[in-house]
Design a protein around this ligand. Structure first.
Ligand code: SAM
Length: 256
């Protein structure tokens, strides 16, 4: 993977791109006046990460780039700011001060909603097993600016970890979090879900394991929640009670 900057970077931007290249074991190359296509051809590498004022953008061949954007999460949080209850917050019974483990961070949208929901006295830990995704989203949460300071604060408070959720859950004490949340890649992807399209090639597509659910039930005080395609059969396989019967459904298990 090539890591580069925008054209005419400041010394700080160059140092930042070099640090990201070192972290991801990529090859830092100076951008000069080259287009991204030319850089790819010159260094015979179709995988490119650009670090600039807009954050990190990951390009692979001619696919849509992957970058952090709060997208639907921002819409959901703006509704919450007006006093509306987000369906995921309502379903999980999430309250200010709660601690949430989001076991499948992805682009961080659900983590942002949880982070706004639990507020400054709560805690959201977002787990992502895939290193590039983790780095792009971690940097986005650190630097992206929405038009609202309280939303920016919610982004900054999310603690991201690059780790497989089963390993993480095994390290946690019994009943040490309020909510444990899983949103794995659907067994049967919804092809109209364009928000997740750039993530598909990079994401961990493994099915949720029974062992992860067992560990989640040990760690959670309030509930363990799974988001999946309504017809996937995953709720039945893993013992979740299906709560919403739309195309996208949530399943809940209340720990004993
Ligand atoms: C459907 S996406 C999650 C989308 C996310 N809820 C959002 O709002 O943006 C699933 C993510 O979970 C990650 N993932 C899958 N299995 C994982 C595991 N065992 N541990 C940590 N992350 C995992 C995938 O790499 C992918 O990025």
């Amino acid at each position: 993977m090539i890591v580069t900057t925008a054209q005419k970077p400041t010394p700080e931007q160059t140092a930042y791109a070099q640090a990201i290249a070192a972290e991801l074991e990529g090859r830092f190359v100076p951008r000069k006046q080259d287009s991204l296509q030319l850089l790819g051809r010159k260094y015979e590498d179709p995988v490119l990460l650009v670090a600039d004022d807009r954050g990190l953008r990951y390009y692979e061949d001619s696919k849509e780039p992957l970058y952090f954007h709060p997208s639907m999460a921002y819409v959901r949080v703006k509704r919450m700011r007006k006093g509306e209850r987000d369906p995921l917050i309502a379903l999980t019974g999430c309250l200010p001060g709660d601690s949430v483990i989001d076991c499948t961070a992805g682009l961080g949208s659900d983590s942002i909603v949880f982070s706004y929901g639990v507020g400054a006295s709560g805690k959201v830990t977002a787990l992502e097993s895939e290193r590039v995704l983790y780095t792009v989203v971690r940097e986005g949460l650190r630097s992206y600016r929405t038009g609202h300071e309280d939303v920016n604060d919610a982004l900054r408070r999310i603690g991201m970890r690059c780790i497989d959720h089963l390993s993480y859950l095994k390290q946690q004490a019994d009943k040490s979090a309020d909510i444990v949340y899983f949103d794995p890649m659907f067994r049967h992807p919804l092809h109209d879900s364009s928000a997740l399209a750039p993530l598909r090639g990079l994401a961990n597509g493994a099915a949720l394991s029974e062992e992860s659910v067992k560990q989640a039930l040990r760690v959670a005080r309030k509930c363990v929640v799974l988001k999946e395609h309504g017809d996937s059969g995953e709720f039945e396989r893993l013992g979740f009670e299906k709560r919403h019967r739309n195309k996208i459904a949530y399943g809940v298990i209340i720990p004993s």
